[in-house]
Design a protein around this ligand. Structure first.
Ligand SMILES: [Zn+2]
Length: 101
């Protein structure tokens, strides 16, 4: 049992089950993708098709489906943050909101 399946089965809805299956597949693809990048034995570079591009979308889906329990998915969360680093305006405005509160 991986953490995605545990979360999905905990909710028991069809939506949660199908999302946890997609997250499991994404996790495997991401691990293999990062391994290839680390070893540098291929010319496999990041593009719009690589698992990094899916991380942010899947993370938002996980938040919408699992709510606060999505925070348990540390691997997905960290990769979603990496892929979102180009959107600096979002994090800057978020910091301003935190300062005001
Ligand atoms: Zn990538």
């Amino acid at each position: 049992m991986n953490p995605y399946v545990i979360l999905g089965s905990g909710l028991g809805t069809n939506e949660a089950t199908s999302l946890s299956a997609r997250l499991s597949a994404w996790h495997d693809a991401m691990v293999a993708h990062e391994r290839r990048l680390r070893t540098g034995v291929t010319s496999d570079l990041c593009d719009d098709e690589c698992p990094h591009a899916d991380a942010r979308t899947l993370w938002l889906e996980a938040l919408a489906t699992f709510g606060s329990r999505a925070q348990e998915l540390a691997f997905l969360r960290s990769r979603a943050r990496q892929s979102g680093r180009r959107q600096t305006s979002v994090s800057v405005s978020h910091q301003h909101a935190e300062l005001r509160s």
